[in-house]
Design a binder for this molecule. Structure first.
Ligand SMILES: C[S@@+](CC[C@H](N)C(=O)[O-])C[C@H]1O[C@@H](n2cnc3c(N)ncnc32)[C@H](O)[C@@H]1O
Length: 358
């Protein structure tokens, strides 16, 4: 029996490694191609950007492989299903190729904005209604075409993120999923209300639902086209809801949710908005519930990687990221009753688990 189990385990690992290898090559190759087509982070004539911290490629590589080692361990521990068969479905190939084409043909537009340092083009569009969206939101984050405010942007977004992180984005999100699953072990999913705050196109919601199909999950995002894409992504789970709304003024009752989770939201917010979002999170969360925050690493989390983090706002329009790198969550979280429980690092992502005082 032991031999059979070992053989199954070895085969599972080989499958995972092969599949992730293909993913990394697919997205990493496209990122390399996009960089080759781009003019670089500096404008012609500008001095070449030099980070203050020395980027350590060895540390970056180590963190990359460590991410997949832990992901595989989590799969083997049964925390969530193996994504391999889903990631490599042959019938999805035409769509994947189409997305790659869309991504690569958008590179020139992204590059034009980067060279012009134009991160607010979307503000002139009809979609960027100032009555509906705050000024900080009406920007082309990452220099992406249409900002958060078009169907095309929603269609291409997940692909862009995967390419930027050379096929590691889904695995980084799963590091947060592992925390949520661990938290819910032994509970009846049908009784648990979870909010995915700033759910984007629902990529993570899909991962949650495949792991816990009966969970009462709600997603919220301020972007109408992204929220619509999220609805499509989770349409198979009829009890799952996606609403449009603002994280700093949540359209929910006090203590409505058992747990909250938020992926890659906080680095996109101006520092004055972050405490408002934290206060709203505390309001809608039940006492004793967790708020799991997954976002970029910050300075000092993995020193060898600090220098790479400095490149990010240079190459991609990220107006609040530089400050985020040394922004302290603790005083703001503690003030509204959250206590930090633990954290784990997942390549370029840090997952922190906070608990609301009972
Ligand atoms: C970097 S994306 C992350 C999306 C998703 N969580 C993921 O894992 O890919 C940031 C998301 O935050 C949303 N967002 C930004 N500011 C927001 C706000 N004040 N309220 C609600 N959503 C917001 C954007 O519309 C976008 O979908």
């Amino acid at each position: 029996m032991g031999i059979i189990n070992d053989a199954i385990k070895t085969a599972g690992r080989a499958r995972y490694t092969a599949a992730q290898g293909i993913r990394s090559a697919w997205y990493g190759g496209q990122y390399a191609l996009a960089r080759r087509r781009s003019a670089g982070f500096n404008r012609p004539g500008e001095p070449v950007f030099k980070p203050q911290n020395k980027p350590d490629l060895k540390a970056l590589r180590k963190a990359y492989f460590e991410l997949f080692r832990r992901d595989r361990e989590n799969i083997e521990a049964g925390l969530y299903p193996d994504p391999v068969s889903r990631d490599l479905r042959l019938r999805d190939l035409p769509k994947a190729v189409q997305r790659a084409q869309n991504f690569l043909s958008d590179v020139a537009e992204v590059d034009r904005r980067r060279l012009d340092r134009n991160g607010t083009e979307v503000r002139d569009s009809e979609a960027a209604d100032p009555k509906r969206f705050p000024t900080y939101y009406r920007q082309n984050f990452h220099y992406q075409t249409d900002g958060w405010l078009s169907e095309d942007s929603a269609e291409i977004y997940d692909h862009q993120v995967e390419a930027l992180f050379t096929g590691a984005a889904d695995a980084m999100r799963r590091a947060a999923l592992a925390e949520l699953v661990r938290e819910l072990q032994g509970h009846d999913q049908r009784d648990i209300q979870v909010l995915d705050l700033a759910c984007g196109t629902g990529r993570f919601m899909g991962q949650i639902m495949r792991a816990m199909p009966k969970l009462q999950l709600t997603g919220l995002d301020l972007s109408p086209p992204y929220a619509e894409a999220a609805r499509k992504n989770v349409r198979h789970w009829r009890h799952v809801d996606v609403v449009e709304g603002q994280a700093e003024a949540l359209p929910f009752e006090d203590e409505q949710f058992d747990h909250l989770i938020s992926i890659y939201l906080f680095h996109e917010l101006p520092p004055r908005v972050r405490p408002k979002v934290i206060a709203e999170a505390a309001r809608v969360l039940k006492p004793g519930g967790t708020f799991i925050i997954a976002d970029s690493l910050q300075f000092g989390d993995n020193e060898g990687v600090d220098g790479f983090l400095e490149y990010f706002p240079e190459g991609f329009h990220e107006p609040y990221y530089k400050g985020y790198l040394s922004w302290a969550f603790d005083p703001h979280m503690n003030k509204v009753g959250f206590t930090s429980e633990h954290q784990n690092l997942a390549f370029l992502t840090k997952v922190r688990v906070w608990r609301k005082d009972a």
